[in-house]
Design a binder for this molecule. Sequence first.
Ligand code: FUB
Ligand code: ZN
Length: 634
Amino acid sequence: MRTLVHNWTTTRPAPVLPSSGTLRPLGLDEVTLTEGFWADRQRINGEASIPHCDYWETRVGWIDNFRHALDGSVVQHRRGREFSDSDVYKMVEAMAWEVGRTGDPALNARIAELTAVIGAVQEPDGYLNTKFGRPGQGERYSDLAWGHELYCYGHLIQAAVARLRTGHDDELVAIARRAADHVCAEFGPDGRDGVCGHPEIEVALVELARATGERSYLDQAALFVERRGRGTLPDIEFGREYYQDDVPVRDATILRGHAVRALYLSAAAIDVAVETGDDALLEAVRDQYEATLARRTYLTGGMGSHHQDEAFGDDHELPPDRAYCETCAGVASVMVAWRLLLATGDTHWGDVVERTLFNVVATSPAADGRAFFYTNPLHKRVPGETAHPDEVSARALSRLRAPWFEVSCCPTNVARTFASLGAYVATVSDDALQLHQYAPARITTTLGDGRAIGLEVRTGYPYAGDVTVRVTTAPEGEAGLSLRVPAWAVGSATLDGEPVDGEVATIRRAFAEGDEVRLSLPVVPRITTADNRIDAVRGCVAVERGPLVLCAESTDLPGDLHVDAIRLDLASPPTADGSGAIGRGRAVEHASATWPYAAGPRERDADTFELRLVPYHEWANRGPSTMRVWIPTA
Ligand code: FUB
Ligand code: ZN
């Protein structure tokens, strides 16, 4: 199933570097996003979001927790949730990728400063946490279900991997290695028979093993994956499925419980499977994720429909107004799909990455990068309040994007993803390069067989469907270039004017410098319907355009019309308009305000109007509004 294309000694600035796989990822030094949708977001992330996170982590005291842990006052002064250390680490990871991308010396100095603050708290045996282990605090590992100690190490380790892979074998790496050694000693085969209530350490340990060549980290990750599902964590009101401790990973058939936990665990299990050659595990996780996409995923790629436990619902339980779709679950789903793509070479995983990036991850940050959605519902019945720029919000309030949350996992997750986005654009195999995501970019790399190749990508994607790839360095002899054809374009895409057969457009020939190929994708509005079993949207359609899910926002409706008083008239199909679409809308009058049920129809069509639909990721950027993705049809 898999071919070895590189080995332990190969390193590059990328978050995921499997030692084997069908496709090899590229590093941030090999792919530069030059302009357009993703380059803009990456720039705003570096200029605004990362400093914004630093400001808030400082302001809410989560960085100071480390200082208080040193001066003995942490019991009185510690602020934030039990996992707040992880948010500092996740921010440092974002900073590390950003430094890798830009070389920014000031940001590099800030990482060194934070590293000193963090490192001072580490105990001689490698233990590191501001919430446990001191007089007046809970004992180390006394609350594996909720304490998040291992989860925190996971994010520390991922930050260190980012440092190592961007050329900084520094003190943060030493701290993370001491922590990882401590975890192996404490939770190894002869140690505590436990797992963390929040998977994350597993995916981090595999990556640290890949980055350092230290086998024990991989073995520990594999042990954690095998241990889960055997009931070592307590049964809680949400059931052990909340933390995936109900069924062993390889026996599960679908993702369940807390969405971020389930997805981080899946990513880790894929990594373990790839590194240990465990095809049965890889196939089990792939099947679970496929089942989850088929039955428990929103049109946006968002996952999780239960608020109380931030969890997956039952099959087809996907109410748009109650969609939780935590931003972190979107990030985690991208992590899973990307790993499957690398392991299997199946390019359709690029579709999942694309859908989720454009419609969940890109929805979270405000246009200025200084406020974020934590949850991403597909229907908003009441205009949320604008969160005060100076206030910390609860995570799932009826608010619009907020600058910071009491549980603020999402902003730093977006930040680390955007800073490392270049790594998700393309891969290579022995004698070919595969383009998975379309954005203006410069790519300079070597194929698996060592031949140099350079490309320049020009496109107005996602708003325009032409993607031109120019060869800037031609590999000697024949080579392959393949371009993903998104599922919505299969059957209508063309390559240099010729119809493309299937999900990938492939060219194999001897290229010359200056050669150009042009993929054309039909980025026109299209009507999407849902499986009838998703009862909550029966009788509704959505409009998509290219990779973008569109929505109706009250801001664009005539008069005081509410988004719940409109229908879409399919007799006149929506046409492209700016970055969205225009369709024919019909206002609906509700017959009774006192009782919403009756034998006959309870509403009638009234006026028609031009219904403007905008990209979902842009919603609420113009102030409070009501919004819906799924629109009843006339
Ligand atoms: O528990 C740590 C993080 O907080 C989870 O990943 C999020 O879902 C939020 O609950
Ligand atoms: Zn989150």
